[in-house]
Design a protein around this ligand. Structure first.
Ligand SMILES: Cc1ncc(COP(=O)(O)O)c(C=O)c1O
Length: 383
């Protein structure tokens, strides 16, 4: 139970007055106040996103514990330093240069614009977040995104090669970076072999490899995963570790594997409004997440719950647009089933298909309850 709240509202009578209830996740109790729901929020159980809830209590506790501590600003505080040490212990790379910033789009545009010369471009899958869901943020920094067809959300060496083959003279942008996401926007993950092949090719062709890790946690704890943070510190030039979608209030940790690449990065952060005076707040979140393996536990739980839903969907004979690997599922469901499920649950209809069916996106999070999954499975079994 979150300390502080306990004193005032563990009394059942007061809970009833508040229209509140506690739900238990990984042994920790959370307070849900129904009154918030009547203020316009949906009553349906949400499988829409992995950032629908606030933050894991260990984070809130650490923020409380360090609240009155006086610290220097702009990421030079002791809390952020401790968080970086914790992350480095997983990276096994003392050279790594780590920066805490607030969001994924910001991480992408900061890294890409910092590492590319004005006439250089970045290669991405056509499903890549920078290509479709960032409102032209990368193009707005002056860099073209060279888009190639995805293979289950992933980039292949052949696809990267096709861009290099067609960008050979000075009248075209010069591809200088490859952008991939781990896990991808459709929930798939790169294997170690796939990443090794891609990075070897990038090194041969003098392309920087950048991994968007907004959902890195679920990739590292996926049942198929064979990569570790230490591997990632060797198999790309720069990547980031997302907290926003894995139990943090907000925040991403950008990791430059080679410190040369990060020269003047704090200047770039400041110029783009990303150097937070109270950088300690994001440092504290990563310190909490990387203490006692919480980061990994939360991601693992999201994956396990997703696999329970995936198994039930498979048993019902439904197909998937992308095989289930992490906490984002993309089942193809008949429209009547979607309509029924949507009366109880909130999730995206991703793509309408011919034949009265559609691809749906069902996402579990670190905070999804067992009860929510049970209810979903119960409703599914009726169809
Ligand atoms: C793979 C990926 N990268 C980046 C982002 C952007 O994150 P933000 O919304 O924090 O800018 C998202 C958001 O969904 C994402 O899925």
């Amino acid at each position: 139970m979150i300390k502080g709240l306990e004193i005032y509202i563990s009394n059942p009578f007061l809970l009833a007055l508040l229209h509140a209830q506690f739900v238990k996740i990984i042994g920790i109790e959370f307070l849900i106040i129904d009154e918030f729901i009547t203020l316009g929020m949906s009553r349906k159980i949400s499988f829409r996103n992995d950032y629908s809830e606030g933050a894991h209590p260990a984070i809130l506790q650490l923020l409380m514990d360090t609240n009155m501590q006086q610290e220097p600003g702009y990421g030079t505080d002791h809390i952020s330093e401790l968080a970086k040490q914790k992350i480095k212990s997983y990276l096994q790379n003392d050279q790594a240069d780590i920066y805490f910033i607030s969001g994924g789009t910001q991480a992408n545009l900061l890294v890409i614009s910092h590492l590319l010369k004005p006439y250089e471009s970045v290669i991405a899958a056509d499903t890549g977040h920078i290509a479709v869901h960032e409102t032209g943020a990368i193009e707005n920094t002056g860099h073209k995104v060279n888009v190639v067809p995805n293979a289950l959300g992933k980039l292949t060496v052949a696809a990267v090669e096709s861009i290099l083959n067609t960008h050979q003279d000075h009248h075209m942008v010069k591809p200088a970076m490859v952008y991939i996401s781990q896990s991808t926007e459709i929930g798939s993950i790169y294997s170690k072999k796939e990443l090794q092949d891609l990075y070897a090719y990038c090194q041969e062709k003098n392309l920087k490899l950048f991994i968007d890790g907004a959902r890195l946690g679920v990739s590292l704890t996926a049942y198929k995963n064979d990569l570790s943070l230490a591997d990632l510190s060797k198999l790309c030039d720069v990547f980031y570790i997302g907290a926003t979608k894995n139990g943090g209030l907000l925040g991403e940790a950008i990791v430059f594997n080679k410190p040369d690449l990060a020269i003047d990065f704090p200047d770039a952060l400041k110029q783009k409004g990303a150097l937070l005076a109270k950088g300690r707040l994001i440092g504290a979140q990563f310190l909490a997440l990387f203490t006692d393996e919480i980061f990994f536990q939360l991601a693992k739980r999201a994956n396990q719950l997703a696999m329970r839903i995936a198994d039930a969907l498979i048993q019902k004979g439904y197909e998937f647009a992308c095989p289930p690997e992490t906490n984002q599922l993309f089942p193809v469901l008949p429209n009547p089933v979607i309509e029924d499920l949507q009366t109880h649950f909130d999730f995206f209809v991703w793509e309408k298909l011919e034949g009265n069916k559609a691809v749906c996106r069902i996402v579990t999070s670190w905070a999804t309850t067992d009860e929510a999954v049970e209810e979903f499975l119960k409703e599914l079994s009726k169809n």
